[in-house]
Design a binder for this molecule. Structure first.
Ligand SMILES: C[S@@+](CC[C@H](N)C(=O)[O-])C[C@H]1O[C@@H](n2cnc3c(N)ncnc32)[C@H](O)[C@@H]1O
Length: 280
């Protein structure tokens, strides 16, 4: 399994062993609708003829795309990265990114942020704090492994950056993998709540009606005869995810994943239940 050089919040790297056997390999095309750190497309790229890799964060897609082309983004990011003991350098970089964003500035920020985690405020400005870290020998190793692998397939991958439902469902030959941000909770009366089931630094990009739009999008994929897999947290403490719950009651197949952050509460129940739902 290839690990991508981003320590991305919500990365599916640790779950790949459970996801990879479940994808529909009878389809020739794969769409990673919410690509994030890219651990999924990177590890199925040799199984499909053509892939689309999408994420709403344009500079994140820029990082992925530039890495498949040549080493220039690696050089630029190394030069931009404030590394250790340089909080002022970090603050300057963050201001510079928020004034005129580029993929290399975003990558340098991610590498030097607290826990390597990106975070944006409601105005889509980068607001994560300095993590007293940067580009290190481990980054070099991960980058080398990643680019050596992904560049072999660069002709087969198209990188795009759109809200998920602008990706056309054009045929019955596509495997859509959807790993959206945490979904909104189900209210007691069954309606969609305002709050998301948990927090992530990219929650600002998940609009209030996106859960319903994703629900409709998955039904469209199903009606067109293509395949989908959607992953997410069905339950967290006593909260239930509206969209996943509704897809299960519609009759789609659901599989529980084992994850080491499944903590057991005092009552012995799982606090976080992570699942995948498929239409095949
Ligand atoms: C859970 S993460 C995906 C993690 C990824 N599977 C991985 O292994 O790293 C969800 C991603 O959805 C993206 N996103 C949020 N809103 C979106 C939207 N409306 N359309 C497309 N992507 C969106 C976020 O930027 C984030 O990268």
């Amino acid at each position: 399994m290839i690990e991508t050089p981003f320590n991305y919040t919500g990365s599916k790297f640790k779950l790949l062993e459970q996801l990879l056997p479940v994808f529909d390999y009878t389809k020739p095309y794969f769409v990673d609708v919410f690509a994030g750190g890219g651990s999924v497309y990177t590890n199925v790229v040799d199984k499909y003829q053509k892939l689309i890799v999408n994420d709403i964060i344009t500079d994140l897609i820029g990082i992925h795309q530039n890495l498949t082309l040549d080493d220039s983004i690696i050089k630029e990011t190394k030069e931009l990265c404030p590394n250790k003991n340089n909080p002022l350098g970090f603050a300057e970089l963050r201001n510079s990114y928020n004034d005129s964003p580029t993929p290399s500035k975003l990558w340098a920020l991610m590498l030097s942020s607290t826990n390597n985690m990106m975070r944006f405020n409601q105005k889509f400005k980068y607001n994560q704090t300095y993590g007293d870290r940067g580009w290190n020998a481990n980054t070099d190793k991960k980058v080398e492994t990643f680019v050596n692998h992904i560049r072999q397939y660069k002709e087969n991958i198209k990188f795009i950056s759109k809200p998920f439902d602008q990706i056309p469902v054009s045929s019955d030959k596509i495997m859509f993998y959807c790993d959206p941000p945490y979904g909104r909770i189900k209210n007691e009366d069954g309606t969609i709540g305002k709050k998301q089931i948990s927090e992530a630094g990219y929650n600002a990009f998940w609009k209030e009606d996106d859960d319903k739009r994703l629900y409709d999008y998955l039904h469209l994929i199903n009606e067109k005869g293509s395949s989908f897999m959607v992953s997410g947290v069905l339950k967290h403490d006593s909260k239930v995810c509206w969209m996943l719950d509704k897809l299960i009651s519609d009759g789609f197949k659901c599989k529980e994943l084992n994850f080491d952050y499944n903590k057991v509460s005092r009552k012995g129940e799982k606090e976080t239940l992570e699942i995948i739902i498929t239409n095949y």
